[in-house]
Design a protein around this ligand. Structure first.
Ligand code: DC
Length: 224
């Protein structure tokens, strides 16, 4: 048996930060599904595969090995045994990850992996399609949102802290483009599940959002 908290929302809505905090506070395993798509995108760059070569990209998704290890101060992501935690956040990866994740076959392979990660565990899983597609029967379903400008501001600040060089305008344009792309996928597109609880984080602090989500989880019942 497992207890599943799904958190969906667009880039910069706060999913990553919130999920990590809640995982630490409630002792849940945190799975950032975006990092699985980022691993595929990184390998596409490593192998110098063109974005229109769907067949090769699907082959990459089929053959790579992805592992996520939860640590108190952040996750470590392994791609074919190598620590790629930093590399998957590179600007070049961010630019191509949305089109890579739009390929249906890539999604099917990643969703299977994400479900496997969750087997028999109490987890908090964040992404775009967790409550609609990956775990439609999740015990708790949350959708985080915020204005485009606020999301871009957060991501810009986060990038500066991580020494990722992108101007505010570049970040804003990238998020806008990814929103568009993420909402129009054939499967697993970004949308709120009918039974998800919406939290607009635009004017909320991280602590306020964490508190709200923990209250919702506690109302949903015992974590087994
Ligand atoms: O959350 P993120 O920015 O790391 O996600 C990277 C990309 O992966 C994002 O542009 C959309 C895609 N993604 C997805 O399609 N489905 C998910 N469940 C998670 C991420």
């Amino acid at each position: 048996m497992s207890f599943i908290v799904g958190i969906d929302g667009p880039a910069g809505s706060g999913k990553g930060t919130i999920a990590k905090r809640i995982a630490n506070e409630l002792g849940l395993i945190n799975i950032d599904t975006g990092s699985t798509y980022r691993c595929v995108a990184l390998e596409v760059l490593n192998q110098k595969v063109l974005l229109n070569d769907k067949k090769k990209i699907i082959n990459i998704a089929k053959n790579i090995q992805i592992d996520i290890q939860n640590k108190q101060d952040g996750d470590i992501v392994f791609l074919n045994g190598k620590d790629v935690t930093k590399d998957i956040r590179l600007k070049e990866v961010t630019k191509i990850v949305s089109p890579v994740s739009s390929i249906k076959e890539v999604r099917l392979i990643m969703v299977e992996l994400q479900r496997k990660f969750a087997q028999g565990k109490n987890i908090i899983m964040e992404g775009r399609d967790i409550c609609t597609y990956v775990f439609p029967n999740a015990d708790v379903k949350i959708y985080l949102d915020a204005t485009l400008e606020q999301r871009a501001k957060r991501r810009y600040k986060e990038n500066q802290e991580k020494n990722i060089k992108m101007t505010y305008k570049e970040v804003l344009e990238n998020i806008k483009k990814r929103d568009e792309n993420d909402k129009n996928k054939e499967i697993g597109s970004l949308k709120m599940a009918k039974d998800s609880i919406l939290i607009d984080t635009t004017n909320l602090t991280i602590d306020e959002v964490v508190k709200k989500v923990i209250e919702i989880i506690k109302q949903a019942g015992e974590i087994k």
